[in-house]
Design a protein around this ligand. Structure first.
Ligand code: ATP
Ligand code: MG
Length: 332
């Protein structure tokens, strides 16, 4: 069976963007691939190192998010990055295979550095996180990595490291492929190009009805449309992007008709938003219900994490042995 490795930074609860970008593929593929899902707490620290106390609660919430969308812990292995010290060791070896200039050219790193205002004072750990991500993916010998499009440069960086390692030391590591979701990058409620935990423009999978309604009703739409009787733009309008992503089959013809009316100027923003609230409620309600069932079993999460981490650790130890043997540093 081929393998999947993917994961999330425990920087907050998971949102609609995670669902369409990656979670949906994970749920769909977990029976066809041996699936590993990592809580990237070490990576989260690279830009949140002042607040490590938030990680533990976020980890619990993200696991609840997984379970509530249908990740089945009987077939998917969920583990914590910092509990696998072999990842740190691999990262040190891989650092020799990447140049500073190459990391600085990584487009996602560049975007995130700008967003966080790091400039020349970027922490080394942050700049190097793609190298650590190569260690995450390769210690599990993953074939496939379901991710949002922002992660494509990271997978490319991993592939380069794998090729260089295998060329130098012999064929040990697997070159992974990325699998991008149906919606490769869901925009934020503020119209920014990416819904992102650190941008505060999210609708969480665990938001209650009142919160969803409030967030949708204040969503960004077509900024040039002032009145509901003016023609509006559908392309690039996040309200319609969400409708395309979340409206089920039974709503499809209604979505088409709303788009036509919007372009003609015969429907108000507020009516489209009310429709979106209805569509999102239908999607989120079963997720909330499952979440409540899992919340009622507080020991379950510890058990899932402990067992998953133990299993992942064994894989890491095996890979590290192979790596050291290939590098001829398994002295005794
Ligand atoms: P942070 O702001 O802390 O980086 P994030 O919202 O970007 O958080 P991550 O934990 O970095 O979330 O990403 C986890 C996975 O979800 C990655 O595969 C990423 O590509 C995907 N993802 C995150 N946001 C979106 C989005 N808006 N659209 C599609 N995929 C997304
Ligand atoms: Mg991110």
């Amino acid at each position: 069976m081929k393998r999947i490795l993917t994961g999330d930074r425990p920087t907050g609860r998971l949102h609609l963007g995670h669902y369409v970008g990656s979670l949906k593929n994970r749920v769909k593929l977990q029976h066809d691939y041996e699936t590993f899902i990592m809580l990237a707490d070490v990576q989260a620290m690279t830009d949140n190192f002042e607040h490590p106390e938030k990680l533990e609660e976020n980890i619990r919430q993200v696991v609840l998010d997984y379970l509530s969308v249908g990740i089945d812990p009987k077939v998917s292995t969920i583990f914590i990055q910092s509990k696998i010290p072999e990842i740190a060791e691999l990262t040190v070896f891989y650092m020799n295979l990447v140049t500073l200039a190459r990391l600085q050219r990584n487009p996602t790193v560049k975007d995130e550095m700008k967003q966080k205002g790091f400039g020349a004072n970027v922490p080394l750990g942050f700049l190097a996180y793609p190298v650590s991500q190569a260690a995450d993916i390769t210690f599990l010998k993953a074939d496939l990595v379901p991710v949002g499009v922002d992660q494509i440069p990271m997978i490319e960086q991993t592939r380069e490291i794998v090729r260089k390692f295998n060329e130098l030391y012999g064929h040990v590591l697997i070159e992974p492929e990325a699998l991008v979701g149906e919606v490769e990058r869901l925009p934020g409620t503020d119209g920014k190009s990416k819904m992102s935990k650190s941008l505060g423009n999210v609708i969480n999978l665990s938001d209650d009805s009142a919160t969803v309604k409030k967030k949708v009703m204040s969503m960004y739409t077509d900024p040039n449309r002032i009145h509901g009787d003016e023609p509006g733009k559908v392309d690039g309008n996040p309200v319609f992007t969400y409708l395309d992503a979340f409206a089920g089959e039974s709503y499809k013809s209604q979505v088409i008709s709303y788009k036509e009316k919007y372009e003609k100027g015969t429907i108000k923003d507020v009516e489209v938003k009310e429709f979106l609230v209805q569509v999102l409620e239908e999607f989120l309600e079963p997720i909330r219900k499952r979440r409540a069932e899992f919340e009622a079993q507080p020991d379950l999460i510890d058990k899932i994490l402990k067992e998953g981490t133990e299993k992942a650790r064994k894989e890491a130890q095996e890979t590290l042995n192979l790596v050291k043997h290939a590098m001829k540093i398994d002295y005794f």
